[in-house]
Design a protein around this ligand. Structure first.
Ligand SMILES: [Zn+2]
Ligand SMILES: [Zn+2]
Length: 116
C-alpha cells in the first residue's frame, strides 16, 4: 500500500501546547500524513495516543491540515479510534473511526495469508 506521506511541520505553538499537556510524549517536529495515497479530504497524522481511556472509547489526538498549500494552518482534533480488529485479532487498526481506505492491519495480515 502506498501512503500519502504529505509532510507538515508542526507549528511551535502547537508543539508547546502538546508538550505542556502530555510531557511524556516524544516531541514531534515533522508530521507525515498516515492516509492512503490519493485520499480525499485533509491530511492527518496521529500526534498523541490517548489510550488511557477505556479501550472501548479509545481516542487519539490528530493533527489535521489541508492539502491546499495556501492554507498553512494545522489544527488538532480528537478522533475516536477505528474499532477494527484483524481476522486473527492480533492486530488493531491504527487509524481513526470512519477513515478512508484499508485498515492498517490489512498490510500485515494480507501477507500472512497462506504462509501457515
Ligand atoms: Zn494525506
Ligand atoms: Zn480501520
Amino acid at each position: 500500500m502506498i501512503g500519502c506521506w504529505s509532510g507538515k511541520e508542526l507549528p511551535v505553538a502547537l508543539r508547546a501546547a502538546i508538550t505542556a499537556q502530555w510531557p511524556d510524549e516524544a516531541e514531534q517536529g515533522r508530521l507525515y500524513c498516515d492516509e492512503p495515497g490519493g485520499h480525499d479530504g485533509p491530511h492527518r497524522a496521529c500526534v498523541v495516543d490517548l489510550d488511557a481511556a477505556p479501550a472501548a472509547r479509545a481516542r487519539a489526538l490528530w493533527a489535521q491540515w489541508s492539502s491546499d498549500a495556501a492554507l498553512r494552518t494545522v489544527v488538532l482534533v480528537v478522533l475516536d479510534d477505528c474499532a477494527s480488529l484483524s481476522p486473527s485479532r492480533m492486530d488493531a487498526c491504527a487509524r481513526y473511526r470512519h477513515h478512508d481506505g484499508p485498515h492498517t492491519w490489512e498490510q500485515w495480515e494480507e501477507r500472512g495469508v497462506g504462509a501457515r
